[in-house]
Design a protein around this ligand. Structure first.
Ligand code: DSN
Length: 411
């Protein structure tokens, strides 16, 4: 029986969400639209299979085809990112980071990560997360003036603190990361270098953003952000760390792998090797640059003054509106964003002074520079008059018109 016949309530809600995704502008930097092929694999019969263990070393019988699929996913990941070893089983970015910690650290060990308010992730040492509860985090920050990473200051902190591991790779940092500088710091203090490339994985795969492959001891990433695959994650490392990393995923922190997601990851890696993917990634960065310039020209302060990636972080302080209120007003106008702390934010992570916007999903829809200009203008109008209901209604219909021209899933 179809979903509609079995459960018309869920089916109806999915239909509504589908319409909503079509008719709104998705500027959430961590979101994208997976291809129909990726979604077909995700929704396949592979969800029926238990496959604890690794290819050719399973704890269950009947994995002949599942092994072939997982091996393909691993080999494609290795080729795509130029790494010695890959593990495609982590269920999520947080799961991958938990496994990375347990591969290299003991509970209570000290590590360094970027402050959450400065663009780091919860799993990079937040006190409400396993990383801050079970380990000893020391947070580095961006420079107060430039709002960029200050590698000298990070080095100085590392020399003083002597962490066992240093994380680079962030969720709200718009500039390029100097992975070589992190390697040098890690070598000097004897720390493990962990790169969490969740946000920038697609840009790295396409060769339009620097890669940590030759420098990092361990790399974690989600597969659904700029990489445009299924919701999930993966880990990569040099061959010498392969056993340690694999053991930490299974049996260390996970049980049965989600083979339907692993098949979808394999499809996504195949797609990411195609020339069109490089075009998409190149355009994603071009679009973000135009968006940053236009927002800035329209009076919004762009954190760090620019972007070199897919995301732009905005400081709304001068506009007298919080990130939370801006996010809500924009949502009413059909522009979907997320509030975000800015470096040295005086507001809580629930309220925030900033807004994070990204261009990956818009670029997947086929939007280019001229649409970015249009969107920047709409966004600024709403931020300047968040309570103007008529304006929000007008913008919403402009948004729908624009979305109509850029269908994601053509029938
Ligand atoms: N929640 C993701 C993001 O939006 O950046 C990170 O896990």
């Amino acid at each position: 029986m179809s979903l509609k016949q079995t459960d018309s309530v869920i089916s109806g809600l999915i239909e509504k969400e589908s319409e909503y995704q079509k008719k709104t502008l998705r500027l959430i930097a961590s979101e994208n639209y997976a291809s129909k092929a990726v979604m077909e694999a995700t929704g396949s019969i592979l969800t029926n299979k238990y496959a604890e263990g690794y290819p050719n070393k399973r704890y269950y019988a009947g994995n002949q085809y599942v092994d072939e699929i997982e091996i393909l996913a691993i080999e494609r990941a290795k080729k795509l990112f130029g790494v010695g070893h890959a593990n495609v089983q982590p269920h999520s970015g947080s799961s991958a980071n938990i496994a990375a910690f347990f591969a290299f650290l003991e509970v209570g060990d000290k590590f360094m990560g970027l402050d959450l308010a400065h663009g780091g992730h919860l799993t990079h040492g937040s006190h409400v997360n396993f990383s801050g509860k079970w380990f000893k985090p020391v947070a580095y920050s961006v420079d107060k003036e430039t709002e960029a990473l200050d590698y000298d200051a990070i080095r100085k902190m590392a020399l003083e603190e002597k962490p066992k591991l240093i994380i680079c790779g962030y969720t709200a940092y718009p500039l390029e990361i100097n992975f070589k500088a992190f390697r040098d710091i890690c070598d000097e203090v004897g720390a493990v270098m962990m790169a969490d490339i969740s946000h920038i994985a697609g840009l790295i795969a396409a060769g339009v953003y620097p890669s940590p492959a030759e420098y990092a001891d361990i790399i974690t990433t989600t597969t659904h952000k700029t990489l445009r695959g299924p919701r999930g994650a993966m880990m990569m490392c040099k061959e010498e760390n392969a056993k340690k990393m694999d053991k930490s995923v299974f049996p260390g922190t996970q049980g049965g792998p989600l083979e339907h997601c692993i098949a979808a990851k394999a499809v996504c890696f195949h797609e990411a090797m195609q020339p069109e993917f490089k075009e998409y990634a190149t355009q994603t960065i071009k679009n973000a640059k135009v968006l940053a310039e236009e927002l800035s020209a329209n009076g919004l302060r762009v954190v760090a003054g620019k972007t070199e990636s897919h995301l732009v972080l905005l400081d709304l302080t001068a506009k007298g509106i919080t990130g939370k209120d801006a996010q809500m007003s924009l949502e009413e106008a059909g522009i979907i964003t997320n509030r975000n702390t800015i470096p040295f934010d005086t507001r809580s992570p629930f309220i925030t002074s900033g807004l994070r916007v990204g261009t990956a999903a818009l670029t997947t829809r086929g939007m280019k520079e001229s649409e970015m200009k249009e969107i920047a203008s709409m966004l600024v109008k709403v931020v300047e008059k968040p309570d103007d209901s008529e304006l929000k209604l007008r913008i919403r219909s402009e948004v729908e018109e624009l979305c109509e021209k850029f269908q994601v899933y053509k029938e």
